[in-house]
Write a protein that binds this ligand. Structure first.
Ligand SMILES: Nc1ncnc2c1ncn2[C@@H]1O[C@H](COP(=O)(O)OP(=O)(O)OP(=O)(O)O)[C@@H](O)[C@H]1O
Ligand SMILES: [Mg+2]
Length: 239
């Protein structure tokens, strides 16, 4: 079997004395969409943050694209092609949509010619952003800001993106648009690990899924099978 693009093995993480992740292992193959689901507070965000090197106290291994990245700092992970769209989006206040996008390009070290082309591509892919390029980004709706955060991550041309609750608090029409975007990204070869509270959305668009409960993986399998099993949702995904 080909080596997965991302393989997390026996990840443990602590906040102070609280042992929040207790041996999480999961993998994501090249070109897959994998969902990570579970109730509030079970450790989904911590799993992603630990994989990005953003949780101080952690153990376990993280292999990405054939190399062990566990001990590397977060910026080295970005440089290796691991993109991250955090729950809080981190849109920079005071900057326009265009300026926020340019930050994504700076991270990728793009030249001026490439910058124009890449920004045009984002305007095509995200028409709502294209119409608002000169608007201060923080004045957009939550869903539009989420699209901007995703567009910015895409501009650094990642091999994979870790997305933390992209559909949270956004209107249904945009959720559908986002689902289409993820499927389109996968067709283009981008690999995704998707953390979602919206279990239906996550299982409908992903290939496989992991269910987390109290810092451990309690189920994993093909998303279609988990979607058809109401006990999974009732036991582990209720809010
Ligand atoms: N910075 C922190 N300091 C201390 N405890 C934290 C911190 N961040 C998270 N926790 C705790 O760690 C546990 C896991 O939190 P985490 O944010 O990973 O859960 P989650 O599954 O992403 O939840 P949600 O669905 O609400 O986003 C929770 O009990 C939470 O209260
Ligand atoms: Mg979370």
């Amino acid at each position: 079997m080909a080596e997965p693009l991302l393989a997390i093995t026996d990840l443990n993480a602590w906040y102070g004395p609280a042992h929040v992740l207790q041996g999480v292992s999961l993998h994501v193959g090249r070109g897959e969409i994998v969902a990570l689901i579970g109730r509030n507070g079970v450790g989904k965000t911590t799993t992603i943050r630990a994989a990005m090197g953003l949780v101080a106290k952690r153990t376990g291994t993280v292999r990405f694209d054939g190399a062990e990245i566990g001990p590397r700092p977060s910026h080295a992970r970005f440089a290796a092609g691991l993109g991250y769209v955090p729950e809080e989006r981190r849109i920079v206040p005071g900057l326009t949509v265009r300026e926020n996008l340019r930050l994504g390009l700076l991270a990728a070290g793009a030249g001026a010619a490439e910058e124009g082309r890449a920004i045009d591509e984002m305007a095509r892919r995200f028409p709502r952003l294209g119409e608002r390029f000169e608007q201060e980004a923080i004045t957009m709706s939550g869903g539009e800001q989420q699209m901007l955060a995703i567009a910015r991550a895409l501009l650094s041309r990642p091999k994979m993106i870790l997305l933390d609750e992209p559909s949270e608090g956004i209107m249904p029409a945009l959720v559908d648009e986002m689902a289409d975007l993820f499927l389109d990204l996968r067709r283009g070869g981008t690999t995704l690990l998707l953390v979602e509270q919206n279990v239906e959305l996550a299982l409908e668009i992903s290939d496989r899924a992991y269910v987390l409960d109290q810092g451990r993986v309690v189920h994993e399998g093909a998303s279609g099978i988990l979607l058809a099993d109401p006990t999974i949702r009732d036991r582990y995904c209720g809010i």
